[in-house]
Design a protein around this ligand. Sequence first.
Ligand code: RB5
Length: 145
Amino acid sequence: MSEGTIAIAADHAGYALKEDLKADLLERGVTVLDLGTDDDNSVDYPDFGKAVGEAIASGRASQGVIICGTGIGISIAANRIAGVRAALCHDATTARLAREHNDANVLALGARILGLEVARDCLRAFLDGQYPGGERHDRRVGKLG
Ligand code: RB5
């Protein structure tokens, strides 16, 4: 895939993992749009899922990474924005298949569920994964709206 700008955001539960994954993205040469949060003070995950979703919808970012405690709440929030396909992934396989089958444009992770190295595996697999297109996948992804 072409790695354009990647928006990243997390709530307080995901803040530390966001910082680690942001460093990995920057090391990879990716342009990162960090939409917060900026410390581990308690915040509301919907605000951060929405921020990344809106960055995708507006074209400010081509892909996103969102993190909360479970990854559930923040992925629900992002998926309410039209054009966002946020996939909650738990390992490299789900992250790869989220790209290959669903053309997912946002990777959602649960910081209280995954260890750091598994989260890094997810990020690498998501970035390296390719959506192959084709009639079958295009039809199904199209039905997601
Ligand atoms: C915050 O305590 C927690 O509820 C949040 O990070 C997330 O897991 C929600 O889905």
